[in-house]
Design a binder for this molecule. Structure first.
Ligand SMILES: *Cc1c(COP(=O)(O)O)cnc(C)c1O
Length: 362
């Protein structure tokens, strides 16, 4: 049976994409720019695809106001590969880096760093199930970088103010997989930013890396070629066959962001959407937020029943029947999680709030 009902996908990732992006992708999957070929069939050396990469990079530079001494790279292997590439490229076997552990993704970044060099975990909120972002810590004097996760997708915490790096030779490195393009950022506060596409900018398969040029080391002969940033800088992200379709979708998503009025407007609507939902979580007798107020994310919003004898599945089924999908919380937190990335329309959040109110009434 085909049910004609609007579906809202609250998944943490891969996540919902704007409808105009999906429509443009459908078209390009059949035929790209009058070539008579699908975008998936075209050589990455062909002019339309080289142009596509340049166009996508220009949009990133424009939207984030990326200074000219930074490279913009399109890589594969997800944010998870950056967990390893960052220390491989920025550290030697005698240097170390500081890490703040704010969730499972930070933990994985730390594990990978420790395989190739040494990570100093200078702060962690693990003991409190990552319900807040630690703000008291001492950075090591000779650390090459300080690594943070800007938004913790699973636990729903987000940096509102980024840490300052004490060490003059050090820099800030951020995994921004789940909040890149959710608000303006000052790129020059960072040495390196990376983000897998599948949360807030496209489908899986491509990872954005923005790296300051002095951090790109040309003397890493001991590293596999694919694992070196300088390889990808020299070859304009086309050292090997790149994920053209994923980059196409990212480009369409960035166009859509421009059409919304850019990152200031996007930030504004993200604020309105998340504040609405937090207000309902506070008001509703059934639910509460497990996250410290000052660190609450605008992107991923976990909430749980006040009374833990209540049945999570019953509320999930109630929502599912209304077209509100993928609201189950991560197994480490339980309860529910509404991921409301850029592409989630206000109507989706309103429908969820209505469901929470109707469930309370019932
Ligand atoms: C999803 C996610 C990752 C993992 O990304 P992959 O592309 O699957 O490797 C890493 N960090 C954060 C913050 C994430 O949300």
């Amino acid at each position: 049976i085909l049910i004609n009902m609007k579906i809202y996908n609250f998944s943490a990732g891969p996540a919902c994409l704007p409808e105009p992006v999906l429509n443009a992708t459908q078209k390009a999957a059949i035929e790209y720019k009058g070539t008579g070929m699908s975008v998936m069939e075209m050589s990455h050396r062909s002019e339309p695809i080289v142009d596509l990469f340049h166009e996508t990079t220009s949009r990133v530079r424009e939207l984030l106001d990326v200074p000219s001494n930074y490279h913009v790279l399109w890589l594969q292997g997800g944010a998870s590969m950056q967990f390893a590439m960052v220390p491989m490229n920025l550290l030697s076997n005698t240097s170390t880096a500081d890490y703040i552990e704010t969730g499972s993704w930070s933990t994985k970044a730390i594990t990978e760093c420790n395989k190739v060099a040494k990570a100093n975990v200078i702060a962690s909120s693990k003991q409190d199930i990552f319900s807040y972002i630690p703000k008291e810590y001492k950075q090591k004097i000779d650390s090459k970088y300080l690594h943070i996760t800007s938004n913790n997708t699973i636990y729903g915490t987000q940096y509102k103010v980024f840490p300052k790096v004490d060490n003059r030779d050090g820099c800030l490195v951020a995994d921004m997989s789940s909040d890149i393009f959710s608000a303006p950022i000052n790129v020059s506060d960072f040495g390196l930013i990376y983000a897998g596409a599948q949360k807030n900018m496209g489908p899986a398969g491509v990872t954005l890396v923005i790296v300051r040029e002095d951090l790109v080391n040309n003397e890493l002969d001991h590293l596999p070629t694919m694992m070196r940033y300088d390889t990808h800088v020299k070859k304009d992200s086309m050292f090997n066959t790149p994920p053209v379709l994923s980059v196409f979708v990212v480009n369409e998503t960035l166009k859509w962001i421009e059409d919304q009025g850019g990152l200031v407007s996007i930030e504004n609507s993200n604020k309105i959407m998340s504040e609405k939902l937090y207000a309902e979580i506070e008001r509703n007798m059934l639910f509460r937020s497990p996250v410290a107020i000052e660190d609450r994310s605008t992107m991923n919003i976990p909430f749980v029943f006040n009374d833990n004898s209540m049945d999570d599945n019953d509320f999930l089924q109630f929502c599912d029947a209304r077209g509100l999908k993928t609201l189950k919380g991560h197994r480490s937190v339980g309860g529910f999680r509404a991921s409301i990335y850029n592409a989630m329309p206000m109507e989706g959040v309103d429908a969820l709030i209505k469901a929470m109110q109707d469930y309370e009434d019932r």
